[in-house]
Structure formats: structure tokens, C-alpha cells
Ligand binder design. Structure first.
Ligand SMILES: NC(=O)c1ccc[n+]([C@@H]2O[C@H](COP(=O)([O-])OP(=O)(O)OC[C@H]3O[C@@H](n4cnc5c(N)ncnc54)[C@H](OP(=O)(O)O)[C@@H]3O)[C@@H](O)[C@H]2O)c1
Length: 340
């Protein structure tokens, strides 16, 4: 099976490369050659920028035909249109990496299934949905067979460990040093984090599988955790002391610094619970094979090696917020508690 991955050295795409290599696929990646290259021997490299549409499309036209193309880095309709010009008639299956942000995270029925009507509330989710619609129309018009994957949060080496407020670079150092950690709301929000190599098995299992043509699949972790548990388990995984969790109202955090907490506003404040049951019916090997604690250890080892762990001193806001909140809460309790 001859496979081209647009991307290929990123967080999720490295997992796909590993899983496809194990299946004996003949692999080529297309990227600019800037990202740390963790590809194994035998993976061919086409160099280029996918956003230079004429050069990208000419390079693909010159590259021949592909059994499977997987685009990991298409975010906007103009990129999807370029894919259609490049690949229609040149591939046996086109797999588009979308996102669960197409759903909009506000469902009241969980877990979210692929049949749930999309209602994205972020520009990212809206653009991904517009791309999906372009690709599915091309599929319906028989221009190329299309499969859509919607990952939820995915972590692993090559990426970082998120926290409930977003991608705070001091999070790991804060845990290691036993500093208090802010969790928004009451910490009971529900979350799924999938390990990149596990997600790679899902993509790889659909590659070349006609049962997946014209279909959309969630690809998420089996396990659902609360944000409090997520934070405690991340600390335990890296040998840090049990963290003292400080719950702050989400609306207060957004009022203080909305741009900083954009990911909280768009994603993390909502339950993120999705089902991969549909994918498991066609790719029975898909499951959470990497325990969360092991995945976190590998990710943090990669972050340490690549200087991605910022020191608590680099960002004073969290400690200042905790101090102010605890002062306010102390005064409120004193003022409003019933007098003995
Ligand atoms: N991680 C998550 O939690 C999550 C959740 C849902 C959906 N997703 C989706 O997952 C995808 C990201 O996958 P990933 O993690 O494997 O990718 P990634 O980490 O974003 O890696 C990017 C890859 O694309 C290449 N690249 C970047 N810009 C390029 C350009 N202009 N031209 C050519 N190559 C380029 C990079 O290599 P060079 O830098 O060398 O070019 C690298 O190989 C996105 O579609 C995202 O929406 C991710």
C-alpha cells in the first residue's frame, strides 16, 4: 500500500507513520523539513510548503498516484480546495484529519456520536467543518473516496501535556514543585486525552479499507476523567506530590484575561466526551493501549529533552490569582457565614 502523509513528523502523524510502518506500508511524507524528524528508515520525504498551492499541486502531480493520502495539516477551505486539485483522480482514498471541535462541545447527550449534528462555536471548528463538507461533496461526486477522522485531545512526544486552562508551559514545573494548581469550575468537567500512537493505530487501520470510504469517525481515548483527576494523575505519573487544586470560576478567569484563556472558553470549559465505537467496528485493534500515566511520562521526558518545560517564575499570574482568590474567599466566608 503506497501512502502519502501531508505532515508526517508531527504529534499525531508520527503515530500514524509508526502504525503504517508496522503494517508494511510504502510511506512518503510531505513537509517543509523543519519539525524534529523522528521518522524511521525507509520513509521517503517530499519537501515543500503545502500553503504554496501552485508548487504543492505541481509537486503532487509529479509524484504519481497513491493508494492512500492522509492530510494532517489542512485547517481551512482554501487548503481543502488545493487538496482536491492535487489529489482528485490521483488517490484511492483521501483521509482528512478533522477534529471533535466540529461538534461544538455543548452537547447535552454524552458520549457524542458521529450522528450528533455539528454546531462548532470556534473559528477552528467552523473551518474544519467547512473542509469536511468540501471533501464529502467530492466523495459524493465520485472525485475521490474520502474518510474523515475527528480526534479529540491527543498528547504524546512531540507535543505537550495540557492542563485545564489550556497549554500552560509552566504546568509540569508547577506540579513538580508542589505548587497549587488552578482548575476551572468545580473540577468535575469531563475530559478524554488519547495517546498519539494509539490514535495512529486508528488512522492506519482505516487506510485502504473500503468500508471506511465516505465515513466520519471519532478517534478518542476509552477513558473519561474529571479535570481534578486528570491533574492529580498527571502529577502522580511524573512523581510529583499530590497537587492542591484551587477551583476558580471560569467566568472570572475569562473576565481577567480572555485571550489567554481562549482555549478554556472554546473547549476546556465544556465536557469533552466522545465515542469511538463506530471506529472500533471497522478497526477492532483501535483502543487505548497506552496507560495515561505511561503516556504522560513519555511526553514529559520528550518535553524535558526539548526544553519545553517553563519555570514557574516565568509566569507569575497563576500564583497571583490563587493568592487573590483565597483572600477574597476568606473574607467572603468571614462576612457571610452565619454568626454563632
Ligand atoms: N493534537 C490534538 O489534540 C488534536 C486534536 C484534534 C485534532 N487535531 C488535528 O491533528 C492535526 C495535527 O496533527 P499532527 O499533530 O500530526 O501535526 P502537527 O503536530 O501539527 O505537525 C505538523 C506536521 O506538518 C508539517 N507541516 C506544518 N506546516 C506545514 C506546511 N505549511 N507545509 C508542509 N508541511 C507542514 C510539519 O513538518 P514541518 O514543520 O517540517 O513542515 C509536521 O510534519 C491537525 O489537523 C489538527 O486539527 C489535533
Amino acid at each position: 500500500m503506497k501512502v502519502l502523509i501531508v505532515g508526517g513528523t508531527g504529534l499525531i502523524s508520527s503515530g500514524i507513520v509508526k502504525a503504517l510502518s508496522a503494517r508494511g506500508a510504502d510511506l512518503t511524507v510531505f513537509n517543509r523539513g523543519r519539525t524534529d524528524d523522528r521518522l524511521g528508515a525507509g520513509v521517503r520525504h517530499l519537501a515543500g510548503d503545502r500553503n504554496d498551492f501552485p508548487a504543492f499541486e505541481a509537486a503532487i502531480a509529479a509524484s504519481g498516484t497513491w493508494d492512500v493520502v492522509i492530510d494532517m495539516i489542512c485547517f481551512r477551505p482554501d487548503q481543502a480546495e488545493s487538496d482536491l486539485r492535487a489529489f482528485a483522480g490521483r488517490c484511492g482514498q483521501f483521509i482528512f484529519c478533522s477534529t471533535v471541535c466540529t461538534y461544538g462541545n455543548t452537547q447535552t447527550v454524552v458520549p457524542t456520536l458521529e450522528t450528533t449534528p455539528p454546531a462548532p462555536h470556534s473559528a477552528y471548528g467552523r473551518d474544519k467543518l467547512a473542509c469536511e463538507q468540501l471533501f464529502l461533496r467530492a466523495h459524493a461526486e465520485k472525485k475521490m473516496p474520502v474518510t474523515i477522522f475527528r480526534p479529540s485531545h491527543t498528547y504524546g512526544p512531540g507535543g505537550n501535556v495540557i492542563n485545564n486552562l489550556g497549554w500552560e508551559p509552566t504546568f509540569v514545573d508547577r506540579l513538580r514543585r508542589g505548587r497549587p494548581v488552578i482548575v476551572s469550575g468545580d473540577g468535575h468537567g469531563l475530559w478524554q486525552s488519547a495517546y498519539s500512537e494509539d490514535v495512529g493505530v486508528g488512522f492506519a487501520g482505516a487506510a485502504g479499507n473500503p468500508a471506511c470510504f465516505g465515513e466520519v469517525y471519532n478517534v478518542v481515548a476509552d477513558e473519561v476523567v474529571t479535570w481534578d483527576d486528570y491533574t492529580r494523575r498527571t502529577a502522580a505519573a511524573i512523581g510529583a506530590p499530590p497537587p492542591r487544586l484551587v477551583h476558580l470560576p471560569t467566568d472570572l478567569l475569562l473576565a481577567i484575561d480572555r485571550p489567554r484563556y481562549a482555549a478554556l472558553e472554546e473547549i476546556f470549559r465544556f465536557h469533552g466526551v466522545y465515542s469511538s465505537a463506530k471506529l472500533k467496528r471497522v478497526v477492532p485493534a483501535y483502543r487505548t493501549a497506552t496507560p495515561f500515566e505511561e503516556g504522560v511520562r513519555r511526553t514529559v521526558a520528550w518535553m524535558d529533552q526539548h526544553g519545553k518545560v517553563a519555570r514557574v517564575e516565568d509566569d507569575a499570574l497563576e500564583d497571583r490569582l490563587i493568592a487573590a482568590w483565597e483572600r477574597f474567599a476568606g473574607e467572603a466566608v468571614k462576612a457571610f457565614s452565619p454568626k454563632p
